[in-house]
Ligand binder design. Structure first.
Ligand code: NAD
Ligand code: DAU
Length: 354
């Protein structure tokens, strides 16, 4: 059977990319999906075991930092649509060492854009969907929300690198006619998130009886969205959104960090039948340049496309805790040196520069 379209997903072994592929591959059997991922510490092929044998799915291990490998991947697979998820994504890591963020998020995005520019001389039927973050807008005070018109004001090396990649995508649209769409989304949570981010770190520490490290006083606010709702928003924008446009995506679910952690404690106590977890909360040194508050206005995506988040935080966090309880093998794999050895023996170093 001929496929109607080829879709390249970068970063499909990461948290959001894997949720996207697990949803899209079975839902669209007429579309061929190619997952391009370097398998950094954050990419786990085990996340995709349910679809790895699907006839409309292929995995290629390639690194965005290697321009020849990226050009060759586009030449070989000739995608019609590209969903660019791959990035270094953790703010604290970007503070400890910005280099990989510059190389992957800025230079890597440039390599991908260049390859698309070369092979997409006819933009008909093509789409470059750039998956970005609300952190490019900076930090809010106690009032107001980010909108598509909010000026960029990134503070961390991570958000600065994502802002640069957003600007590059728009510049390729304006200068070379690249057919792009862009989404800026708030904090995601859900299954298969690497346990360095707030939600999975707190879940696993709470399950294991370890301290729950809350930065500062825990009063910073984030707007939480269940990952499947984000995936749904991205597909709707790709199918029905306007080219050259940006859509803000958020959960309309602002919470202080301390309240998120308390909610996780309650879910863990309940689902794992454990005694009081809140007493394990430990206040630790604040993140440097810690953005105070994020909140996203979703009016545009709601009015143009009818998208709305479906999951509530309470139900989503319980599903998430249950997923971590049910998948100890996944958790062990991302934490162990065994995992890295397994990756190398299965996928080798192909496409990854020394
Ligand atoms: P993640 O860290 O879980 O996954 C990143 C994936 O990209 C991994 O599979 C990794 O192996 C791959 N990757 C990293 N460097 C690469 C390279 N040089 N070449 C090829 N692949 C590489 O990230 P995530 O949380 O799934 O985020 C995905 C995207 O969504 C990112 O662009 C991020 O900025 C954006 N985003 C994330 C959130 C969130 O809350 N997690 C919110 C809004 C936007
Ligand atoms: O807003 C979207 C962004 O959300 C994405 O672009 C990023 O990729 C994603 O990592 C996330 O960034 P945050 O910095 O908001 O997420 P993180 O989970 O690292 O932290 C959430 C909040 O919790 C933040 O205010 C810092 C705080 N925190 C975090 C950790 C890891 C703690 O208090 N303790 C912790 O141990």
């Amino acid at each position: 059977m001929e496929f109607q379209r080829t879709v390249l997903v970068t970063g499909g072994c990461g948290f959001i990319g894997s949720a996207a592929l697990l949803d899209w591959v079975p839902r669209h059997p007429g579309i061929r999906f190619v997952n391009l991922d370097a398998l950094t510490y954050a990419g786990n092929p085990l996340s995709l075991s349910e679809i790895e044998k699907a006839r409309n799915y292929a995995f290629i291990r390639r690194d965005l930092r290697d321009p020849r490998a990226i050009r060759q991947a586009i030449a070989d697979h000739r995608p019609d649509w590209v969903f660019h998820f791959a990035a270094e994504s953790h703010v604290d890591r970007s503070i400890a060492g910005p280099g990989d963020f510059i190389q992957t998020n800025i230079v890597g995005t440039y390599h991908l854009l260049e390859a698309c520019r070369e092979f997409w001389s006819n933009p008909e039927g093509k789409l470059f969907h750039h998956v970005s973050t609300d952190e490019v807008f900076g930090s809010l005070g106690d009032e107001g929300k980010f909108t598509e018109q909010t000026p960029y004001d990134p503070h961390s090396p991570y958000s600065a690198s994502k802002a640069a990649s957003d600007h590059l995508v728009r510049a390729y649209g304006d200068t070379y006619g690249l057919p792009f769409k862009l989404t800026n989304c708030s904090n995601n949570y859900g299954p298969r998130q690497f346990p360095e981010k707030l939600v999975p770190l707190m879940i696993l520490n709470a399950l294991e009886g370890k301290p729950l490290p809350v930065y500062g006083q825990g009063l910073n606010v984030r707007d939480w969205l269940y990952v499947d709702d984000h995936v749904d928003a991205i597909w709707q924008v790709a199918e029905r959104g306007r080219f050259g446009e940006t859509y803000c995506v958020g959960g309309n679910c602002e919470m202080r960090n301390i309240d998120v952690v308390r909610e996780i404690c309650r879910a863990v106590e309940d689902l794992a039948d454990l005694p009081d977890r809140e007493s394990m909360i430990t206040y630790v040194k604040d993140r440097p340049g810690h953005d105070w508050r994020y909140a996203i206005a979703t009016d545009k995506i709601e009015s143009e496309l009818g998208w709305k988040p479906r999951e509530t935080f309470r139900s989503g966090i319980r599903k998430t805790v249950q997923w971590y309880l049910d998948h100890p093998d996944w958790v062990d794999s991302v934490r162990s040196g065994e995992y890295r050895r397994w990756i190398e023996s299965h996928y080798g170093h192909r496409g990854v520069p020394a």
